[in-house]
Design a protein around this ligand. Structure first.
Ligand SMILES: C[S@@+](CC[C@H](N)C(=O)[O-])C[C@H]1O[C@@H](n2cnc3c(N)ncnc32)[C@H](O)[C@@H]1O
Length: 272
């Protein structure tokens, strides 16, 4: 196993697409509207960096934006193309490219956007700060930059890094079992906590919440979370400071406190 081990995000997204339905799409649209505080993206250019399944590119497309989707993984690109083919309207403009946020030349060719969206991506590039800076540069003056970055839990994050490295060190046929063991362990732990709080210990409520939140699937999130390398983390203040130096103003932020998962940020790019 080397530091360069890379999780097959696109294959996981291909499997997720088999579960995609109108209900999940509506939840994704709702969550994007809520995150951006808008009802429509008509007349806006939306750049989805690390489009993954393509679900949020589709959400922006449905909200009327001109969309540009980019992903490093060719299977993610194929997923996004599949969604455009299946659910996109002919009238809307939606371009899809394979490329890396780390390639500043390629990024410059994409131009700038009113909304740059990169959810759960830049910490998976292997050079998070450079990726954040490149992504931020794609935002037009007065535009919006939304990103979600894994929370730095200190020891907890280092433990997760070991779990992920183990996933990549074992034979491919054992990885499914590794996901079952780790996810099973944590689901049991969560069930215990729910029981102590006199709540129903079964996980179905949490899984439904995940679906309602961003249209995601609990199983595919576990696979992504347990296999997802490269992996970096950051405390909210680090992200805010990094982007402040690039001329961004924090508009809103949703953090996970001391917990795991992503902190979500919405910045605007100062006009002067
Ligand atoms: C966890 S998924 C997030 C997908 C999507 N943004 C979402 O919110 O569902 C991370 C995605 O980032 C992509 N990615 C990783 N490194 C990248 C890079 N350097 N440039 C562009 N995309 C990258 C992966 O291929 C993967 O599809």
């Amino acid at each position: 196993m080397t530091e360069e081990a890379r999780f097959a995000f696109g294959k996981n997204w291909q499997s997720f697409l088999a579960e995609l339905d109108d209900d999940r799409i509506e939840h994704a649209i709702g969550s994007l509207k809520q995150l951006l505080g808008v009802q429509t993206l008509e007349g806006k250019r939306f750049m989805d960096l690390g489009s993954g399944s393509g679900l949020f590119s589709l959400a922006a497309h449905r909200l009327g934006a001109e969309v540009v989707s980019i992903d490093y993984d060719r299977f993610s690109v194929a997923c996004t193309e599949e969604l455009r083919e299946k659910y996109g309207s002919n009238s809307g403009k939606w371009e899809i490219y394979q490329g890396s946020v780390l390639d500043s030349g390629e990024m410059q060719q994409l131009g700038i956007a009113d909304v740059v969206y990169s959810w759960g991506v830049l910490h998976h590039t292997g050079a998070m700060k450079e990726a954040i800076s490149n992504a931020a540069d794609r935002t037009r003056l007065g535009g919006i930059f939304c990103l979600a970055i894994y929370n730095d839990q200190g020891g907890g994050s280092r433990r997760w890094l070991r779990i992920k490295r183990c996933y990549h060190a074992i034979p491919v046929w054992l990885r499914f079992l590794w996901v079952i063991v780790i996810a099973g362990y944590y689901e049991c732990k969560f069930a215990g906590v729910r029981l102590l709080r006199c709540k129903n210990p079964l996980p179905f409520g949490d899984w439904r919440e995940k679906r309602r939140d961003r249209g995601m699937s609990a199983w595919h999130d576990w696979v992504d979370w347990i296999g997802g390398l490269p992996f970096e983390v950051a405390k909210p203040e680090e992200i805010v400071e990094l982007l402040r130096k690039q001329g961004f103003i924090l508009e809103s932020m949703k953090t996970v406190g001391n917990g795991w998962g992503c902190n979500e940020y919405v910045f605007s790019k100062a006009e002067n």
